[in-house]
Write a protein that binds this ligand. Structure first.
Ligand SMILES: [Ca+2]
Length: 505
């Protein structure tokens, strides 16, 4: 391969270029670096991707999404650095944590002037495009073509904002339309250049409105429940107990699509609402899966399957009734774990699995690596192209830093930062509205949580205060401090946090 690359580089230079017939040159240039098809849905939990074999795999399979993993690799520990839509999208594009790229919360725009991976890929000669959910408030930059949903967008007959054309209404179901746009781009692309296209679905985001053709799907079956659906938060932080993301209790008529019976309370309400919630959620997933199939079929038909890196992921994880929750934001597993399936037959062996800790800020460096470009100095992630080949670098990370900033915003979940290792998750709920999370929210009592993931994979028991874990706590705090410093998340701008830290560490 290096020889071939060098040769192509040589023929691509100056006068030598004209020695090749146009068609052959186009093919050579396109073949030199792979195309990248990046499919990302919104709030699609790994538990609802059947390749992950979780509790919903049998009743709600995702055969098309699974095709990507079957011909490539499934990541078991792809984790989000800030589990909420806008910040995760900012992180994916910039390769930076929220405190570096300025996208701390749902309200923060991504500065269009800032470098992003699409701009770098454009410079590398890629055709770039994005369709669907954007949610970074200001118009995209770095994309040759874009057609995005305004804000969250809607499921049925959605409006879109197209580059140079502005707002237009479309008829149909949003997941089908976003796929139609992606296919249209692929059909009209310049075959002389490799492409980078981001197909960003709105589904299965709240309020979980399925396509008409899936309205009756699962109607006659009782869906399996997750093991922690009836969690009552004993041995846990106040954060979990006080959160307002409870299935049933914190849902509206829009969520469950009918009046909530007033006599239903407690576990009975949770049980009733869960069935309505999970069925609509999985109906939305069904349309995503069908549409992933359309894209894969197109690549097969056009002979693009071999030279295209195909990825399926979601902007974060989601609670599907675990802990009695819906939504995300927490450092807990279901929230921070992103489904991630990738295939690229020349390099990635079929049916492989990686347990390496990969972060959403690693995506941009990985795309650039496939484009033959180095990781720009401002990016904090690291390319995992070698990991995808089963060649994990010896110094690959063994722990990750997480931070959620939106103190007591939607769903009343406190801001926190923490660490996740293969064995433990530990979080510090520092109790303060900081960054751009707003100053009107009241502080809460700081508290810690520690979960032993080997003994307690469902994170049901906080062992932070257990004397048996005293040394573990000490070691994890040292590693957390190291990670926090390494990503440059300084407390210097927040004297009140420095005070809280002195008292509670
Ligand atoms: Ca999301």
């Amino acid at each position: 391969m290096p020889l071939r690359r060098d040769f192509l580089k040589t023929i691509g230079l100056g006068a030598a270029t004209i020695l090749l017939p146009r068609g052959l040159l186009a093919e050579a240039q396109a073949g030199r670096r792979p195309n990248i098809l990046y499919i990302m849905s919104d709030d699609h939990a790994a538990q609802a991707v059947s390749a992950y074999g979780d509790f919903l795999a049998k009743v709600a399979p995702t055969p098309n999404i699974d095709r990507i993993g079957a011909k490539g690799m499934r990541l078991e520990n792809c984790l989000c650095t800030n589990s909420i839509c806008t910040p995760s999208r900012g992180c994916i594009l910039t390769g930076q944590y929220s405190h570096k790229n300025g996208v701390y919360t749902l309200a923060d725009p991504l500065d269009p002037e800032r470098p992003n991976v699409a701009k770098y890929l454009q410079q590398a000669g890629y055709q770039t495009a994005i369709y669907g959910k954007w949610h970074l408030h200001k118009d995209p930059t770095g994309f040759d073509h874009w057609n995005i949903l305004p804000g969250q967008g809607v499921y049925h007959d959605p409006g879109f904002i197209e580059k140079d054309k502005g707002r237009q209404k479309h008829t149909g179901y949003v997941t089908d339309i976003i796929t139609d746009m992606t296919l249209e781009f692929l059909k009209k692309r310049d075959p002389a250049k490799p492409f980078f296209v981001m197909c960003h679905h709105k589904a299965p985001h709240r309020p979980w409105q399925p396509a008409e053709r899936h309205a009756k799907l699962f109607a006659d079956i009782e869906m399996p429940e997750p093991p922690s659906l009836y969690d009552h938060y004993e041995n846990r932080s106040h954060a979990a107990a006080n959160a307002k993301n409870k299935v049933g209790e914190n849902m509206t008529k829009t969520d469950v699509k009918e009046d909530i019976p007033p006599d239903l309370k407690g576990d009975a309400l949770r049980k009733w609402a869960y069935q309505r919630y999970i069925k609509d959620y999985l109906r939305c997933v069904r349309a995503v899966d069908e549409n992933v199939g359309r894209l894969l079929d197109y690549l097969d038909k056009e002979g693009l399957a071999e030279n295209t890196v195909v990825i399926y992921t979601s902007d974060q994880g989601f609670f599907l009734g675990e802990h009695g929750f819906y939504d995300k934001r927490f450092i807990y597993e279901e929230s921070i774990r992103m489904p991630f399936l990738v295939r690229y037959p020349p390099e990635i062996a079929a049916g492989t699995v990686s347990k390496d800790i990969v972060l959403n800020c690693d995506f941009a460096p990985m795309f650039l690596d496939f484009a033959g470009r180095p990781t720009p100095s401002e990016m904090q992630g690291r390319s995992f192209r070698a990991n995808l080949q089963g060649k994990t670098p010896a110094d690959w990370r063994k722990s990750m830093y997480y931070r959620y900033w939106m103190h007591l915003a939607d769903h009343h979940i406190p801001a926190h930062y923490g660490i996740r290792t293969p064995k433990y998750t530990m979080a510090f709920y520092y109790g303060l509205p900081l960054g751009t999370s707003g100053s009107l929210k009241t502080p809460t009592e700081p508290e810690w949580e520690l979960f032993d993931l080997e003994k307690d994979p469902h994170e049901m028991k906080n062992v932070y205060a257990d004397p048996a874990y005293a040394q573990v706590v000490k070691d994890l705090k040292a590693e957390l401090k190291r990670l926090k410093d390494a990503v440059g998340d300084s407390d210097e701008p927040y004297p009140e946090l420095i005070e809280v830290t002195k008292k509670f560490w």
